[in-house]
Design a protein around this ligand. Sequence first.
Ligand SMILES: [Zn+2]
Length: 558
Amino acid sequence: MRRLFAVLLAVMFVWTLPAGRALGQAAGVKVIVNGVEVSLPAPAVFSGGQVMAPISGLFEPMGAIAAYYESDRSIVVSNRVRTTLRMRLGDPTLHVNGTARPLPIAPSLQGSQVYVPAQAVFSALGAWTKFEDADRTLYVSSQIRSLTTLVVADALQVRVDATGPVQVETNVLSSPDRLVVDFLHAALRTQERELSINGAGVTRIRTAQFQIKPYVSRMVFDLAQPVEVRVTTSTTSYLVTLEVRPKGQVTSTGGPPAEPRDPSQAAAAKIMGVKFEESGQAGRLVIEGTNTMEYKVREFVYPDRLAIDIQNAVFIPIKQEFAVDGPSIVSIRAAQFTADPPITRVVVILKRKMNYLVSQSDGRLRIEINAYTGRGHIVALDPGHGGRDPGAVGPTGLRESDAVLDIALRVRELLQRDGIRVVMVRETDATVELPDRPRLAREAGATIFVSLHANAHARTAVNGSETYYLTPQSLALAQMIQDELGIVLGIPSRGIKTANFVVLRDSGIPSVLVEAAFISHADDEAHLRDATFRQRIAQAIHKGINRFLAIYPSPVAP
Ligand SMILES: [Zn+2]
């Protein structure tokens, strides 16, 4: 990027400082959000009935992002359902979508960290919180605020609306047939109740707070016949939809009733093996067995994965493990998890959260895995320079305009594989004027804008990657992309910075400018000539964009 346009703002941003993390955990209060212990950059402290905690990374397991703006000493926390919280250092007031309410303690600056009263802020996001003095831990969970059911044609739809991310575990049991759906780390805000359904193979649903510490909210579906269930997680809200329908088209009416069965005496099912059929963004996992299987599907995070536990089942191959390395799935492994009782466990390691549909027939368990895409988003990629303007030129003659075009095309390929729409500001060595770049993106309906550059410095010893942003809504995108670049490139991460670049001004959408490496640095230039390195840059940008799309609301309804 040419520095002519760079006017550094008097805006500074305080972000995660990994140093001191270990110290913080040893000395301070622990914070566990939706089952995940937050890595705090400095210790959280308990004072005046509140846990004061640094904002860095604090809200991410609740699906929210916090930012601090030194220019007006303000703190902004926002989530996927467009709750925006604003606070200011030294002022005990919280603005929730513009409405003021008092805070028990004002946010403050301690060293380089911004501290906020954690329970009050999490509560404003709709979360349940409790500080346990015994283990000096603040527990925070998403809450389920409503359950609505609807029978359409032969399917039962259950919409579960939560105040934050929830993990879903489905458990299909027989004798009698029932489906148990657990929402892990989710507190039930609605009253326990029982609903008559009498449709789609379901006679009734019972809901209850099944467990506390950690919270598990449970729905039990009493079934008139075997069913299959599809679990869909919305990309734009914290809505989980369960679709339950009779298995296949054949009903089990007629014939003698099934023998009641004592599970402890039933012969164990044999699992003959596991295979994966790739299709589209993901594919289908098939578990081959000899009997009808009782199974449980659970979602885990860090890394995202699905675990399928098959009860009373012996895994004949003993162990199976294979890499998929597809756009959405990393690998699959299957093994005997416990011998007594015999449980077979199959784990699918995902590249990110996915939707899934489980069905069973003819001794086979099928798990259809579907991409969880940034539907509704259109990503604009802007390879810098081009045509008359080659940008910076490296010591051995590599042109910035050529290197960044190649990287942008690779990012496009990766995003399109996820089903995300992409617009290119240029896809050839064309001249595009600077003010035209955001305008072209806007006209194409872009919802985020990513400009790609290679840096240059008069001091040729300077190298590494950095990402620029200008508007508050662009900060999280810059941070997420830069985090990924820092992890994979093996060159210094120079962090995120603000600059008044033309392409970052007033676009109205999250807009960032990535300086992937210094083309003026001999080694960085050599890296940029290497297709493997350019692919790594593209993968990091792709991953950062995907992380952002998972949190930032799509402007279009799904
Ligand atoms: Zn440039």
